[in-house]
Write a protein that binds this ligand. Structure first.
Ligand code: PLP
Ligand code: ZN
Length: 424
């Protein structure tokens, strides 16, 4: 169902049209919600010869230190860089994690540190691509349905190019995430309901207002932004693929697109070798995809979320089915962990590697620990874990689990006494 159907912008972009992932029907590049024939999800289709003629390792390495170094592999709609919104999103560090590896019984563990994006989460990637597409399509107002991080990312990117933004969030959201959107001057709409209720409302609004809802009518562009994580992992490993990837799953879009990115790198000869296993991480309190995985089915039964990992709390995940297919195809698993394990995962990551991640990072680390325990990874295998959001957004999650601070009078004696007591 097309909302704002706009003609294809000019400018030599590599993406040519949209195609339904279910029935294969094609549509022009536009702010389209779903396939007009079967209501299936849409995805950008590229001129593969044009991409092949443009991409090379050297060309990419000479590009900007942001996800736009992969512009020819993204649905940019125009090759005019001035239309792109570049807040320096992406090209985040891929760090070796020897201390965490040793604790888990691994030898070659790497962390993709997406806590460092402009608004503190990987959502800056998908928004960079969606808002750039919106600008090329002539859309003048940005919006989204968010579990929190997306609201911040949309608000920041819209502010940077002077576009108004409306961000719809569940009213139960953490205060830090609401403030983290409002500070950019966005209109925050707190909806009395779950994320899935918010999403339904936004689908109705997208059909009416002609706004660019990044994860509704711009979803085909938005989702492709996640491929940049996969591109970066391979480039940062010296144009090599790891043996295993562990990534969190909310809607499942990021997970599926990391797989797609690896496939494209192989297709265009930028890497060779074998696809890694792709392993998904959920919290037990919202684990529809992991539950389907355990049951050996690709049919996802929706759940009502109840977990501290709010950024992953999508009970009816749009890409759940595709995520299950990717895990199956690559020989990966999809696991779930309790909220206590999530907190311990956050602490373990912070204490061993100096990275303070939000609850989603705890979900990833705790699931990684489980996968190692289950013997899914050989101890010498190269494993990359995606740490997708910053811990300062979810301080409350750890607040009750940390030891008390020293409380001292400004006296040497008092401090030394307490130090002795503590170390005794
Ligand atoms: C949204 C989000 C994810 C997962 O996103 P999907 O693509 O919907 O699966 C992971 N981590 C964080 C921090 C997020 O905000
Ligand atoms: Zn279709």
């Amino acid at each position: 169902m097309s909302t704002t159907t706009l003609s294809r912008p000019t400018g030599g972009a590599t993406v040519t049209h949209l195609r339904c992932r279910e029935c294969g029907e094609t549509e022009p590049l536009a702010a389209s919600h779903v396939c007009g024939f079967c209501f299936g999800p849409l995805e950008g289709v590229y001129d593969e010869d044009l991409v092949a003629s443009r991409v090379s390792r050297e060309g990419i390495q000479a590009g900007p230190a942001s996800l736009w170094r992969y512009a020819d592999l993204l649905p940019t709609l125009t090759d005019d860089p001035s239309v792109r919104v570049d807040l320096g999103t992406g090209w985040s560090p891929l760090r070796p994690a020897p201390r965490l590896a040793a604790r888990l019984g691994l030898q070659d563990l790497w962390l993709k540190d997406d806590t460092r994006n402009p608004s503190g989460s990987f959502k800056d990637r998908v928004v960079s691509v969606a808002i750039s597409a919106a600008r090329a399509l002539g859309i003048d107002t940005m919006a989204c349905a968010s579990t929190g991080n997306l609201a911040g990312a949309v608000s920041a990117h819209a502010a940077a190019v002077g576009m108004p933004a409306y961000v719809f969030v569940p009213a139960s959201l953490e205060q830090a995430k609401i403030l983290g959107a409002a500070v950019y001057g966005a209109n925050v709409v707190a909806v009395d309901g779950t994320y899935d209720d918010v999403n339904r409302l936004c689908a109705e609004l997208a059909d009416r207002e002609g706004w660019g809802f990044v994860n509704v009518n711009l979803r085909a562009f938005y989702a492709e932004g996640s491929k940049s994580i996969g591109f970066e992992i391979a480039e940062q490993l010296g144009w090599r693929l790891p043996d295993h990837v562990v990534a969190p799953i909310a809607s499942g879009a990021m997970f599926v697109k990391i797989r797609k990115a690896f496939g494209e790198l192989l297709q265009y000869g930028l890497v060779d070798g074998q696809l890694p296993t792709l392993n998904g991480a959920q919290a037990t309190g919202c684990s529809p995809v992991a539950t389907a995985y355990e049951a050996g089915t690709v049919d996802v039964t929706p759940q009502i979320p109840d977990t501290i990992a709010r950024s992953l709390a999508i009970g009816n995940p749009a890409d759940g089915y595709y995520a299950l297919k990717v895990a199956d195809e690559t020989g990966g698993a999809i696991g779930h962990v309790s909220d206590d394990e999530v907190v311990r995962g956050m602490q373990l990551l912070a204490e061993t590697e100096g990275i303070f991640a939000e609850t989603a990072g705890g979900v990833t680390v705790a699931n990684l620990a489980r996968f190692v325990e289950e013997g899914r990874f050989g101890s010498g295998d190269r494993v990359v874990a995606v740490i997708s959001g910053n811990g300062y957004k979810t301080l409350d999650a750890v607040a009750d689990h940390l030891g008390p601070a020293f409380q001292v009078s400004p006296s040497l004696d008092d401090f030394q006494q307490q130090l002795a007591d503590r170390t005794a």
